[in-house]
Design a protein around this ligand. Structure first.
Ligand SMILES: [Ca+2]
Ligand SMILES: [Ca+2]
Length: 373
């Protein structure tokens, strides 16, 4: 498997580095299921009457009834409500949309038969399109429930989403204490358009700052800021943030070359199958070649002059030219798409920069270990 990973590294040397990691790696809103949520002041483009799309990633810690995205008082079909995207204590997902003025008993309810898992990420999306007369509930980009009629049997065509006076709330609908999400939410978005399945799938794993029809996008990367507009969220209770996904770890000691500089090796990105990572060497001798050693376990073999081989066994050696010139000014980056066949693999890497200032003819970097889930 490691040899397959190494071979694929060679094949993908020129792979484009893309950012598309939400749901695999990142930072998310963390809610403890009791009093924690985010509140966003209401605005017309958070409840567009004729077309709306709601999206979020949800990672329940335990399964209890939880409101992912809602706008309204959560009372009845006739009260001050626009919509609720929610899941039940049994894990089924529901979309409720309310139509017309308050007092009118007009709603559509979509409920999945399948359930979302505890302890892993699921993408949920809900679309209402008045002109098409359709409401669709998606799980991981796949339409699961589609309806063309409201609960009273009338057509959805031409209906208008009720304009609630309430804020948008993420992770809860106040004041109901049985609606707190216990888990993590990432990349919640509200659109003023009805997005297609293709559009949902194209962007579900990406962070979006701006796009036509995008009213709000909460990345939850350490705060409740809306990246798309002015709909910043305020954290309530003990709402906080969590970093999720696999992380590469640095280990061992490098050894110096020209000017006493020790090359540094770092891995950034999202080290999960199908995702993009980047290995970067810095602080080497500019203009010199670097040998990147790839292996499957940490090693500690004294190779002299204070240098240690940190990768054992070496299954692949790549040569990377360092840019720049002069001691400590050389750097190089290697973008890699992690292949799906690498799932479950441990990979290690170390760089040696060819450098006559060291008695063994090279300066060594620290090691990097990556455990691919
Ligand atoms: Ca995030
Ligand atoms: Ca709490």
């Amino acid at each position: 498997m490691t040899r397959a990973f190494a071979t694929t590294i060679v094949l993908l040397l020129t792979a484009e580095l893309c950012r598309g990691d939400v749901g695999s790696c990142g930072e998310a809103l963390a809610l403890d299921g009791n009093g924690d949520f985010v509140v966003v002041p209401g605005a017309p483009n958070l409840q567009n009457a004729t077309a709306i799309t709601l999206e979020a990633w949800i990672h329940p810690t335990s399964m209890q009834n939880g409101r992912i995205l809602s706008k309204g008082d959560g009372v009845r079909a006739t009260t001050d409500r626009s919509y609720d995207l929610t899941y039940r204590g049994n894990g089924t997902v529901e979309l409720w949309i309310f139509f017309g003025p308050q007092g009118q008993d007009k709603a559509v309810v979509l409920e999945t038969s399948e359930t979302i898992p505890v302890g892993s990420w699921t993408h949920v999306a809900a679309v209402f399109d008045s002109s098409a007369g359709l409401a669709v509930l998606y799980i991981n980009g796949v339409p699961k429930v589609t309806k063309s009629t409201s609960a009273d049997g009338g057509s959805l065509g031409g209906l208008q989403v009720r304009q609630s006076t309430r804020p948008v709330t993420i992770g809860h609908t106040p004041p109901w204490n049985t609606t707190f999400v216990h888990g993590w939410i990432d990349e919640a978005r509200i659109w003023s358009i009805a997005r297609s399945q293709a559009e949902i799938m194209q962007t579900m794993e990406k962070e979006l700052d701006n796009a036509p029809g995008l009213s709000a996008a909460w990345h939850f990367n350490g705060d409740g800021t809306d990246a798309a507009g002015a709909h910043d969220g305020a954290l309530q209770g003990h709402a906080g943030f969590v970093t999720y996904g696999p992380q590469a770890v640095s280990y061992g000691q490098g050894c110096p070359g020209s000017g006493g500089f020790v090359p540094d090796l770092q891995l950034s990105g999202c080290p999960a199958p199908g995702k993009s990572i980047e290995l970067t060497i810095t602080d080497g001798l500019g203009g010199a070649p670097a040998l990147l050693l790839v292996g499957q376990a940490q090693g500690s073999v004294d190779v002299g002059a204070g240098c240690t081989l940190l990768v054992v066994p070496v299954t692949l050696t790549l040569t990377l030219p360092l840019s720049g010139s002069g001691a400590g000014l050389g750097s190089a980056s290697l973008p890699i798409t992690v292949p799906s066949v690498a799932s479950g693999v441990t990979a290690t890497a170390q760089a040696f920069v060819i450098d006559p200032a060291n008695r063994i003819g090279a300066a060594g970097s620290n090691g990097v270990q990556l455990d691919i889930p």
